[in-house]
Design a protein around this ligand. Structure first.
Ligand SMILES: [Zn+2]
Length: 81
């Protein structure tokens, strides 16, 4: 969950992992550790039509979640993020 210092949501104040509730490390306005940010607009064929779900997850919670997958995540090397 993201909290901002300004109404324009440009200056990040803090980020909490929605799964474990831990406050993630910040350096200035940036998260300085691994984080998964999800923003999903559910569509017509879902049961949440026109609802946006948004959350953040720390890397430890992400690792626990994907460890439960029946099919592992696809992994490949990237040159930059
Ligand atoms: Zn977490």
């Amino acid at each position: 969950m993201r909290f901002y210092k300004d109404k324009e949501k440009k200056k990040l104040e803090k980020v909490l992992c929605n799964c474990c509730g831990r406050e993630l490390s910040m350096t200035g306005n940036f998260v300085s550790e691994g984080v998964l940010h999800v923003c999903k607009d559910w569509g017509f064929f879902s049961e949440k039509d026109l609802v946006r779900h948004e959350f953040d997850m720390c890397e430890q919670c992400y690792d626990k979640m994907v460890a439960e997958f029946q099919i592992p995540v696809t992994e490949r090397e990237v040159l930059e993020v």
